[in-house]
Each structure stands twice: as C-alpha cells, then as structure tokens.
Ligand binder design. Structure first.
Ligand code: KG4
Ligand code: ZN
Length: 336
C-alpha cells in the first residue's frame, strides 16, 4: 500500500510516502520565518504551511516516483499540535482525498514518532518502552502493542527540547537551539559544571527540566564573563544532565515494565550526548536500544505515513466529521 503522509502540527511542513514500511520519500520544509523571534509564532506557522504544503506534497510524490494514480491512501496528523497549523494539513488531506477519490485517515502525531523506528528496523514490534523527547513532549510510554500505549511518566514542566532551546537562548545561540547546544557541547567537559538532576531519587518516572534551566541561568549570572571554553563546558554539562535524566528514567521504566527493548524518538533523539548515554547504559543493562534514522527524528511526513499505513491496512478511515484535535488529552491516545 502506497501511503502519502502529511505533517503540519507545528513549524515543519512535511510530506512523505511509505510502502510496506519502506520509505519512498520524505520532504520537510522547515519554516525559517520563526528564527528571528526565537520561537514558533502560531499565526506565521499557519500562513507558511499554506504556502509550503502543496509543493511539499508534489515533491514527496515526485521523489517517490508516483502520480496520484499510484497513491492508495492519505494519512495526516490530526493532533496534538497548534490548531491553525493542524488545520492546514487536515483540510489539504481532506480536499486531496475528495478530489482524487482516496481514503484518508487522521493520525496521532505521537504515534507517528513512536513508529518512526520502522525507518531503522521495519520488523521492530511491541512490547517496548519508548521515550518521546521533542520540543513539545517528553513522555515515557510502555508500548504494549500497536495502538496500545500506557503512559509511565512525563515531564512536570518544560519538555526536554524546550530546555535545550531555552538554554541555547541563554547562551546567545541561534534558534532552533538544540542542534547548536549539541555542537557547542562537543568541545566541552560534561563534568565541569555541577547541575541538578531533578526527581532522580524519587520513585516513578516523572521528570522535570525547568530547575535545570534556572540553574544554568544562575550559573551564567554568577559567571558573567565565560570564556569560549567555559561556554562549551556549560553546554556539555547541561547536555549531560538532560541525558542522565532521560536515560536513567527510560531504563528504569523498561525494567519496571519487564521489557528488554527501548526506543528513543523525537527531535531530541538526534542529540549526540543522549545517544551515547542511552547506548552505553542500555548495553550495560542488556537492553536493546533503537533510534530512528536522523531524518525521521524531527517532525516529518514519512513517520505519519508509516503509522497511518498500519491503521489504514486494518480498515480504519476518517470522514468529513473528523477535525483537528490540538490537545493530547482529547485524543484518548494512552490506555486508561
Ligand atoms: O520532534 P521535533 O522536530 O518537533 C516537535 O515535535 O517538537 O523536535 C524539535 C526539538 C527542538 O526543541 C530542538 O531544539 C530539539 O528537538 N533538537 C535537539 C537536537 N536536534 C533537535 N535537541 C538536542 N540536540 C539535538 N541535536
Ligand atoms: Zn513532533
């Protein structure tokens, strides 16, 4: 089944095509209009989606070597996300489905992230524990089967990607900050600055990153004239603190769930320090750890095609009444 996946939940306008868990194409247009504001401006995001979405879809079909006759169905992100952004993708999918007589399905963005690991291993299957770490989410999920997701823990405040972006701002690095902090951290000493690992000694799998961000700010106030090496040390120490928390909590969750496999997905799963720390700790624990390929870590259309195809093949369809669902808790994504 050739499935066109469309993603527009935040500030990436994306489309991709999958066939039997293989990715035929994956086109992402990152919206540079937000960079000068240091964060996503929802109204600008919707407008940019309107301009970018049809070219992204055309490019995805072109890269896959398909015309509309070759498309069997459309999958589109339905939520969670920014309502104006979601609506652009959803209305586009509905209109194209109607015009080309194709079935279509609204897909949960987080389910797309979870199964982005099929880009690495098409045979990967439940049960496993999945860490979803992005700009908007930090959740540890026990994936009991396809469509069966039990929430084990989440952040109480900032998402891990948000913490990277805010620390980048403190360090005067350009937006989006995660990749910049990652780059800077490569030449720093992760043990140089003592930073907190919140909630690590408490039971459960909850996380918190806002105190860490504040600790970085206070350190910078106390040390106003940091050298280039001092900045790199601070970036590396911050990255190590986030990685320790994410790695520790995810592996504890895996042990508690009795699974021997974990997946780390979402934009933050690109982070060099986190990948190294997850690899090392999971190996020591005898747990297999998988990451999506880099182009499937951030928001993308191929992951929506992959997850959507699984549901479409089970006969699921959306109809005219299906609309955008901005909040995660409106989606009954997690098992009760
Ligand atoms: O999954 P994603 O593209 O969008 C959301 O659904 O939020 O994740 C974006 C987040 C941003 O906060 C970005 O700074 C972060 O992922 N990110 C990184 C890296 N690359 C992207 N964080 C740390 N290290 C990276 N290399
Ligand atoms: Zn995302």
């Amino acid at each position: 089944m050739n499935v066109l996946g469309i993603e527009s939940s935040c500030d990436d306008t994306a489309a991709g095509v999958s066939r039997d868990r293989r990715i035929l194409s994956n086109i992402t247009s990152a919206q540079s209009v937000h960079w000068e504001y240091g964060g996503v401006v929802p109204e600008l995001a919707s407008r940019a989606h309107l301009e970018l979405i049809l070219p992204a879809i055309d490019a995805a079909l072109g890269q896959a070597g398909l015309d509309w006759k070759g498309v069997d169905a459309i999958a589109v992100t339905r939520g969670p996300g920014l309502v104006g952004s979601l609506l652009v993708g959803l209305c586009t999918a509905k209109a194209l489905a109607l015009a080309h007589h194709k079935p279509w399905l609204g897909v949960n963005h987080l389910e797309g992230h979870v199964w982005s690991v099929w880009g690495t291993d098409p045979g990967w299957s439940a049960p496993f524990v999945c860490l979803i770490a992005s700009g908007g989410h930090t959740e540890i999920v026990h994936v009991k089967g396809f469509g069966q997701y039990a929430l084990m823990g989440s952040t109480r405040d900032d998402a891990s990607g948000e913490a990277f972006d805010k620390v980048a701002q403190l360090l005067d690095l350009p937006y989006p900050g995660g990749p910049e902090v990652d780059k800077l951290a490569r030449s720093g000493d992760p043990g140089a600055v003592k930073l907190p690992r919140a909630l690590m000694n408490e039971p459960g799998f909850e996380m918190s990153f806002s105190g860490l961000k504040t600790a970085v700010r206070l350190y910078m106030e106390k040390n106003p004239a940091l050298s280039a090496q001092g900045r790199a040390d601070l970036a590396a120490s911050f990255e190590a603190a986030v990685s320790d928390v994410l790695t520790g909590r995810t592996l504890d969750a895996a042990r508690s769930a009795g699974v021997d496999r974990v997946a780390v997905v979402g934009g933050v799963s690109l982070n060099t320090g986190l990948r190294a720390s997850m690899d090392k700790a999971s190996q020591a624990a005898g747990i297999r750890c998988i990451f999506p390929p880099p182009r499937l870590c951030g928001d993308n259309g191929a992951m929506i095609a992959l997850a959507g195809a699984e549901r479409l093949e089970r006969g699921e369809r959306s109809g005219d009444e299906t609309t955008a669902t901005p909040a995660l808790d409106e989606m009954s994504f997690f098992l009760p």
